[in-house]
Design a protein around this ligand. Structure first.
Ligand code: C5P
Length: 301
């Protein structure tokens, strides 16, 4: 049987600057994404004519629906409606590694993977720009997962431009036991009055320099997340994780996106190992994972 397999990375936001809620309910962002070596795998096979189905396995699969609300299923249906014919069918086998509701774009990654894999399975004549348009319609983080690497995200985070980076950065991810809803974290951000203006503050120029130079210590010092106060007010225990990471030698610590995953930046790969070992005895996370970035976006395996 024909089978198309893709690997889709999770992300961390190195900077996440947010403006006030807009009339459409979204927030204007200025964000810098980095794709990480923690990826979901999606295997697509032909389905019954006209039907798109999914099955989810792996990390946190119990809390991901496989019906029409699944973002990967919606991605396949949107692609078929815009660029295919109603008789096309597919089955999506989604194997999760990216934590669910973890602030690492796991659902968005699956949607990006479904777009790429179904376009190949159905032999559709679509360009990267076509896929990026569909991606933006599916969710703010989906376009980034298609391009991967490091990128600046403007508008809702969906208007992405690659940014220069040098070498690899080594991280320890502290995964939390309970997920956080992105919509809820943004609502708390609004209630707290955390937005300084309608437009987001700028990404620190020093952060972009540190990335371009491959300087982990300088990058660590410039990590910033405007959603952190809102996420911390919903999940106060994350403060301990951030502090413990810095005390254990991380050169930077940041809540990833809307949380609750905490990303700890290490000076190099050996330092990441030491950091993970030191933290493992502290009980500050459900699980610790060593990852590196940047990695490419959605890719055929
Ligand atoms: O785009 P996505 O569906 O991933 O976003 C989830 C929720 O996060 C949105 O419904 C919205 O409430 C909030 N959000 C936002 N501003 C953004 C991105 C997301 O308010 N730029």
């Amino acid at each position: 049987m024909i089978e198309v397999k893709v690997r889709v990375p999770g992300k961390v936001n190195l900077a996440l600057r947010a403006g006030a809620r807009r009339a459409d309910g979204y927030h204007s962002l200025a964000t810098v994404f980095m794709a990480l070596s923690l990826a979901d795998e999606i295997t697509v096979t032909p389905g019954a004519a006209g039907s798109v189905t999914a099955a989810v396995t792996g990390e946190g699969h119990e809390s991901v629906g496989s019906g029409p609300d699944n973002l990967a299923v919606r991605a396949a249906l949107l692609l078929r409606d815009r660029h295919g014919t109603p008789d096309l069918g597919a089955h999506l086998a989604i194997d999760k590694r990216i934590p669910v509701a973890g602030g690492m774009a796991g659902g968005s990654a699956d949607a990006a993977g479904a777009l790429l894999a179904c376009a190949r399975l159905w032999e559709l004549d679509v360009t990267q720009d076509d896929l990026l348009d569909l991606a933006a319609a599916l969710g703010a983080d989906v376009p980034f997962v298609l391009i991967g690497g490091c990128a600046l995200g403007l508008n809702r985070g969906d208007r992405v431009t690659p940014v220069l980076s040098r070498g690899s950065f080594h991280w320890v991810l502290a995964l939390a036991a309970q997920g956080l809803s992105t919509a809820e974290v943004f609502r708390r951000f609004d209630q707290r009055g955390d937005a300084a203006a309608p437009e987001p503050p700028p990404v620190p120029p020093a952060l972009l320099n540190a990335l371009a130079q491959g300087n982990a210590a300088a990058l660590g010092a410039t990590l910033v997340n405007d959603l952190a106060p809102a996420a911390l007010s919903l999940a106060p225990e994350l403060r301990r994780t951030l502090d413990a990471g810095l005390e254990a030698g991380a050169v930077g610590a940041v809540i990833s996106g809307s949380g609750p995953t905490v990303a700890l930046l290490a000076r190099d790969e050996d330092a990441a190992t030491t950091l993970a070992v030191r933290l493992s005895s502290e009980g500050v996370a459900k699980r610790l994972l060593k990852v590196q970035g940047p990695v490419p976006g959605a890719q055929f395996v």
